[in-house]
Ligand binder design. Sequence first.
Ligand code: ATP
Ligand code: MG
Length: 285
Amino acid sequence: MRIIAIANQKGGCGKTTTAVNLAAAIAHRGLRTLIVDLDPQAHSTIGLGLNPDRLTKTLHDVLTNPQTDFMQVIADTNIETLKLAPCNILLAGAELELTLVFGREFVLGEKLTQVSDQFDVCIIDCPPSLGMLTLNALVASTDIVVPVQAHYYAMEGLKQLLETVSIIRERFHPCSVRILGLLLTFVEHRTTLSKQVQNQMREFFGDLVFKTVVHRTVRLAEAPSAGESVITYDPRGTGATEYLALADEILNGTTRAAQEEDKQDTEDDDTQAEQAKETEYGGQE
Ligand SMILES: Nc1ncnc2c1ncn2[C@@H]1O[C@H](COP(=O)(O)OP(=O)(O)OP(=O)(O)O)[C@@H](O)[C@H]1O
Ligand SMILES: [Mg+2]
């Protein structure tokens, strides 16, 4: 199961919107997809039509009660291939409760192994902080997508996030999480500022920035009130089109991180072939 965390400690940059709609887009493409609502604000839960106050079992139980199996909390959505692990405000307590647990950074990752046969992709909606919940998400993940609001302070905070990711890779084993890409959100069609920010980001981060950008559209903000993703709420609109394009960009492996991995695989294959050749020749001598 591929696990993609949607993370940025900056608030309101489009994490939940990206988590819900990217998950729905991937599910729409036919992959069995799980969205994990790891933010006590429960916006993904609400955005997919569940009432957080009515839930009997939530992600909080999964993370704090060893007896609760992940499958027990999983709920259906209006897309058959998309399931949700919901939460409510109780999850806020887990920030503290987890700090008292041995191996506290690995709890989510270990629990996710209980469902890794049931899903192809898992998307985690992270809270706007770099606390214990986000740390659990990053350690559990294979990839990170970072939504970045296309405004003047876009770069702010990104350095800290990138540093955190590199520390996590060094410190926690097994963990080889990588930044899959930076996603520009709230892009304006007309303003030159939006263009400038986009150019600046691409100049600085190169093709680590997804080709797909998400424009500011009212449908994306409206869809949660209907309790569904934009993929079903407004299937032909800009939001749906852009999140489907992002899903394809990720699934087809056209991102820089994926290409580097392929290159590494090819190099490894070449090295192995070389070694095999040497052994072969060595054997003949
Ligand atoms: N592309 C967009 N166009 C218009 N509105 C958007 C867009 N993306 C997000 N929004 C709206 O902006 C607000 C913030 O977005 P969102 O909740 O996705 O951010 P977030 O990073 O998850 O916030 P938080 O840090 O609080 O979790 C929401 O009301 C959402 O509906
Ligand atoms: Mg959010």
